[in-house]
Design a protein around this ligand. Structure first.
Ligand SMILES: CC(=O)N[C@H]1[C@@H](OP(=O)(O)OP(=O)(O)OC[C@H]2O[C@@H](n3ccc(=O)[nH]c3=O)[C@H](O)[C@@H]2O)O[C@H](CO)[C@@H](O)[C@@H]1O[C@H](C)C(=O)N[C@@H](C)C(=O)N[C@H](CCC(=O)O)C(=O)O
Ligand SMILES: Nc1ncnc2c1ncn2[C@@H]1O[C@H](COP(=O)(O)OP(=O)(O)OP(=O)(O)O)[C@@H](O)[C@H]1O
Length: 510
């Protein structure tokens, strides 16, 4: 794959991104990167990021890069072409798509945004489409990225939505590996940082919105967070919206701005904002290990998809019925039938999401990735409703260096539904985990919730399980399947909550 310098200039001009070009020599560009360590001969190097330093550009040049794209010029750097732009992230997305020869044109792309449920909905959709497409569906999720059928084409993601160059690189590999469909999560940060600038989706989903990701390095306020998420709908040919979402009117208007109403689908929970919904889902029965719900089509365009009927899930939690409904509608819009969706979705489990373990004499344990007020409140509310006579015991901590509002949010969710909580460590970063726990503790109503602080997470899990009784519910929240603790700039290995719990149970039951 190559780029021609003149073509790059034209593309940047076309999008009004080019301030000026300083061309020393005309050559074909044979690689693109934003990391100087990866730069190669005749490559294009993008100078971007909060921690960018001129020495990276020097290193890129030493490695053979001949062109740089940047928002500022580096006059000290001689012998390189300079494309000076007013937005390097947008430039990177446009030139990245061009360099990888527009792989999105060969994929049917289903994209999910929302504060919660993106990963779960993506896994559900991927499962149905894998069966529908005879294993020709790629997945870009927070947990795994799957680019093709080979084992080395499945790996852990570093970001929910990759940097644009990585995104188009991975799409190209997916297309070259025969993939026809792509299911992807789009974070608000992806729009904030223009990682998906110019990308269009065949189907775009808006799942829900609760305040999160607001603070340094993320969004300055809720309006900005919502604005970023709405971009996905503006870029989707067909939009699907959870009508029960907060800010529904704003969300619907954003979809309508660029999409005809016949291409906008709404779904809602029975008894929720279901009056004008195309699809309505209703719980039929839920047990400790599964969920059954009914999906009804209320409008002609919904009936045309022929996906209404009874569904069963291995993932419990009523919020997972919303996620599954989204996935079924997405798969239906891609062409999947009711039968296929029903049989594909029933066995799906997702690492670190509502994974459960039963003990003989102690409680039932749930490992779940709930890590803000919205998800914790929904999770504990669901468990309390389902097990009204059980004690709800929660092991939880809050991350350092970001999401400070989550601390008060956890306390609020615990006050609403928990009986006992063990405050512990969760990715403290450069902050003191004890201080973080004290901040959560300060907002807990001690008349309602018994609080203990045990900073060693493994110890906290052990004590929580050991002190639980058979009918109790023990929730290990926040880390999902994370196998590390982020401490002072390093990822320190941690077995993950499920493994710790399994180990404790093995010891107890030995
Ligand atoms: C705030 C944010 O989005 N930051 C991301 C961004 O960082 P940045 O552009 O500021 O880059 P930087 O880390 O300051 O580094 C500067 C530049 O120097 C380059 N460099 C560095 C060293 C070197 O030797 N040579 C060199 O060229 C780096 O490649 C980089 O391009 O680009 C980096 C990749 O180039 C990302 O790793 C980084 O994500 C950080 C780690 C992160 O935690 N991001 C979170 C907030 C995020 O994006 N989360 C969302 C999910 C949350 C949501 O739902 O919104 C996600 O999509 O994952
Ligand atoms: N539809 C939903 N509504 C509210 N909470 C949900 C919903 N779906 C999942 N959750 C909760 O949020 C947690 C994270 O779910 P999931 O990973 O699917 O969301 P996500 O949007 O990918 O999250 P993140 O952006 O934090 O990675 C789950 O473990 C569960 O506790």
């Amino acid at each position: 794959m190559t780029l021609i310098l003149n073509g790059c200039i034209l593309l940047l001009q076309e999008h009004q991104l080019l301030e000026y070009a300083d061309i020393v020599f005309d050559n074909e560009i044979t690689s693109v990167t934003y990391d100087s360590r990866q730069a190669t001969k005749d490559g294009m190097f993008f100078c971007k990021g909060t921690h960018f330093e001129e020495k990276y550009l020097r290193q890129a040049q030493a490695n053979g890069a001949t062109t740089y794209v940047s928002e500022i010029a580096y006059p000290e750097i001689k012998g390189m072409n300079a494309l000076i732009v007013n937005d390097v992230q947008k430039a990177m997305a446009l030139l990245g798509a061009a360099f990888y020869n527009y792989p999105q044109n060969d994929l049917f792309i289903i994209a999910f945004t929302g504060t919660k449920g993106k990963t779960t909905s993506s896994y559900f959709t991927h499962s149905v489409l894998q069966n529908y497409s005879n294993k020709k569906t790629a997945l870009f999720s927070t947990v795994d990225r799957i680019l093709g059928p080979n084992p080395d084409q499945k790996f852990k993601s570093n970001l929910t939505t990759p940097e644009s160059l990585d995104l188009f690189h991975d799409m190209r590999e997916a297309v070259n590996s025969g993939m026809k469909y792509l299911v992807m999560e789009v974070s608000s940060q992806a729009y904030k940082r223009n990682r998906v600038y110019g990308l269009k989706y065949d189907v775009g989903f808006f799942l829900n919105l609760t305040p999160d990701h607001i603070g340094p390095n993320e969004h300055p306020n809720l309006a900005d967070y919502l604005h970023c998420k709405l971009q996905l709908l503006v870029n989707a040919k067909r939009c699907v919206i959870n009508a029960d979402t907060a800010y529904f009117e704003e969300v619907y208007q954003a979809a309508k701005a660029t999409t005809q109403p016949e291409n906008i689908y709404l779904f809602a929970h029975a008894g929720g904002n279901d009056q004008h919904a195309d699809f309505v889902y209703q719980n039929q029965e839920s047990t400790l290990s599964e969920n059954e719900f009914c999906l009804k089509a209320q409008t002609k365009k919904a009936m045309n998809l022929k996906i209404a009927g009874q569904y069963q899930l291995s993932l419990i939690g009523d919020f997972n019925e919303a996620n599954a409904t989204a996935a079924i509608v997405g798969a239906g819009l891609a062409g999947a039938s009711y039968e296929l969706a029903k049989t594909s979705i029933c066995d799906v489990t997702i690492p670190g999401r509502m994974e459960s373990l039963k003990t003989k004499d102690h409680g039932t344990i749930y490992v779940d990735y709930a890590h803000n007020y919205g998800s914790m409140s929904v999770l504990l509310g669901f468990l309390k409703k389902k097990y009204p006579h059980s004690k709800i015991i929660v092991v939880v901590g809050s991350t350092g260096d970001k999401g400070v509002s989550r601390r008060a949010g956890f306390a609020k969710a615990l006050n609403e539904n928990a009986d006992v909580t063990y405050l512990t460590t969760d990715d403290p970063g450069f902050e003191d985990p004890k201080q973080i726990c004290q901040e959560i503790d300060a907002k807990i109503d001690h008349n309602r919730v018994l609080v203990k602080t045990i900073l060693d997470r493994q110890e906290a899990i052990k004590i929580a399980i050991l002190h639980s009784r058979a009918q109790d519910i023990v929730v290990l929240a926040g880390k999902g399947e994370d196998g590390y603790q982020k401490i002072k700039g390093r990822d320190i290995a941690y077995p993950n909550d499920l493994k710790v719990a399994q180990q404790v149970i093995a010891e107890i039951e030995a």
